[in-house]
Design a protein around this ligand. Structure first.
Ligand SMILES: [Fe+2]
Length: 550
């Protein structure tokens, strides 16, 4: 069966193509349109579709529109109720529902040849759940699934269990109670862009003291039946509101720390309830925007009852394109194949990359090993733009569209944040050879998708200061030679030169822009930022080549 998944309703529009239960292509629209998050999550934008990514998924896989068996749309307008009845203060919410109802016609217009009858609505949180429960590595037993989101049609959360590919929902929490919306409100109050910058609040939290935890425990409570309540919060009473991009002080870090800690406690309680209700499932799979909170994930993995916790790397709404497609493929009789990586986006052949370099008239070489060449530059404390293979699906750069640097230099954080124009309080993350993880870090292993924080062992904190956050943690990506051979080779070569099995890895983009997707965008970034080496596939472009007399 051939099923195209579409997420369009709120933000992070994306498309995914599932063929015979296997994800063959998935991409976020922002990588094509170059607009961060694709669009703002307002009702007026709900009609906008991931046209470019959907067309690419089909063309890239050689699938004609008329050969699709179904199109899965990750929102079901039939479940919606009046916004006022749900306690949502959005008089235009009905417009979103109207647009969703017309999605089959909009899709038929965007993808000429598509029969609108083939479009199926998938409840938003069923799509999130499928992106976790059906895409997770096989557990060999029931898999508990927890969706923690801002909002879907009428709910913000879903707890359930997958048995043989079938979801049995156990509990959902209706709006307006929402952990995702709670965190969004805080994000807005602190002068950040909500539905976008929540990860900055999480980073800020590690600088604060949770002195409002008592109040928040009263306002945000779990109920005995697996749900929760979030009462209205007087944010200004806890810390002064910050204008967009304004100065943050101790009171703001304290507020962020308080909400973060309360969120962690509630997530743990909800996961414990689900463990009991699911009859003690060994594996928990998670999705929804809140599941990108890697501090909460780490605490859940450490203190929760599950043997394994797996988080969908595209846990935000982009992942619902993939989840909706997997869900409908299952309805049509296909068994889902678990995800083995996030390199599901666009890629270019060596010949195409070389043609791009020639067109740009950039001086380049083809070293015997691009991994060794990059390791040499990194060992000399250079910054490397690392562009390899297909681009990542989801918000993390995982060694395909990455900016790499030396972890041993304290100044690396400032240099990287300068390249990217980011706030200085934000940490940068390490990638580590999988077999060396336990020597350097504590906590969840393996962690190939950078979705958990880990304590850096004391002996290593001074050796890799660039990736050790103020609270002694790091958000680690474990690199496994069987899935990421080129990055593993780079790490091995870097260790041979420096004795460090770790490299700094952050996304290949500059502030406010989506991650680099095409070779041309990689060259544009290289030309405009202090990067020492562009590793474009097997080709090397060195900064110091410019102006050389040769
Ligand atoms: Fe969602």
């Amino acid at each position: 069966m051939r099923v195209l998944g579409i997420n369009a309703i709120f933000h992070d529009p994306a498309a995914a193509l599932v063929v015979d239960g296997r994800v063959v292509a998935a991409a976020e629209e922002e990588r094509f349109s170059r607009r961060k998050h694709g669009k703002r999550p307002v009702p007026f934008s709900a009609w906008e579709l991931p046209e470019l990514s959907a067309a690419w998924c089909l063309a890239g896989a050689g699938v004609d529109v008329d050969s699709l068996d179904a199109v899965a749309y990750s929102f079901d307008p039939g479940l919606c109720r009046d916004a006022a009845e749900l306690g949502l203060a959005d008089p235009w919410d009905g417009l979103r529902v109207d647009y969703a109802r017309r999605a089959p016609q909009f899709l038929a217009a965007a993808l000429p040849g598509l029969d609108p009858e083939k479009v199926r609505f998938v409840p938003h949180h069923v799509a999130h759940a499928a992106s976790a429960g059906l895409a997770a590595p096989p557990a060999g037993e029931d898999t508990a699934v927890l969706v923690l989101d801002g909002r879907g049609e009428v709910a913000s959360h879903l707890a359930g269990v997958y048995t043989d590919g079938q979801l049995s929902p156990l509990r959902s929490q209706e709006l307006p109670h929402s952990l995702g919306l709670l965190y969004e409100e805080l994000t807005r109050h602190l002068g950040f862009l909500h539905s976008s910058d929540e990860y900055k609040v999480m980073a800020l939290a590690s600088y604060g003291t949770p002195r409002h935890l008592g109040v928040l425990r009263e306002l945000v409570r779990v109920t005995d039946d697996g749900g929760f309540r979030v009462e209205r919060i007087d944010w200004a009473g806890l810390a002064k509101e910050v204008a967009a991009g304004g100065e943050l002080g101790e009171e703001h870090a304290d507020l962020a720390a308080s909400v973060q800690q309360r969120l962690e406690e509630v997530v743990l309680d909800l996961a414990r309830w689900l463990y009991d209700a699911s009859g003690g499932a060994g594996t928990l799979a998670m999705a929804g925007g809140v599941a990108l909170n890697c501090v909460a994930n780490a605490r859940l993995a450490a203190e929760g009852p599950y043997r394994d916790v797996w988080v969908q790397p595209a846990a935000g709404d982009a992942g619902t394109a993939l989840g909706a497609a997997l869900h409908v493929a299952g309805e049509l009789g296909d068994r889902s194949a678990p995800m083995t990586g996030v390199d599901l986006g666009r890629g270019w052949s060596d010949e195409e990359l070389e043609a791009e370099l020639r067109r740009a008239a950039l001086p380049y070489t083809r070293p015997a090993s691009i991994a060794a060449e990059a390791a040499r530059v990194l060992a000399d404390n250079g910054i490397v733009a690392w562009y390899q293979g297909r681009s990542e699906y989801g918000p993390r750069a995982l060694g395909h569209r990455s900016l790499l640097a030396h972890p041993g230099d304290r100044d690396t954080t400032r240099r990287m944040n300068d390249v990217k124009g980011r706030e200085q309080f934000r940490p940068i993350a390490p990638m580590v050879r999988a077999e060396r993880f336990g020597e350097l870090f504590e906590g969840t292993y393996p962690s190939p998708y950078m979705l958990f924080v880990h304590r850096v062992k004391p002996a290593w904190r001074d050796r890799i200061p660039a990736v050790t956050h103020v609270d002694g943690t790091a958000r680690v990506q474990t690199v496994h030679p069987e899935t990421e051979p080129l990055v593993a080779e780079l790490l091995a070569e870097f260790e041979r030169r420096t004795g460090l099995p770790v490299v700094v890895n952050t996304s290949l983009n500059t502030a406010g822009r989506p991650m680099v997707d095409t070779p041309r965008e990689a060259m544009e970034l290289f030309g405009s930022a202090p990067v020492d080496l562009l590793a474009l596939g097997p080709f090397a472009v060195h900064r110091r080549s410019f102006g050389d007399a040769r």
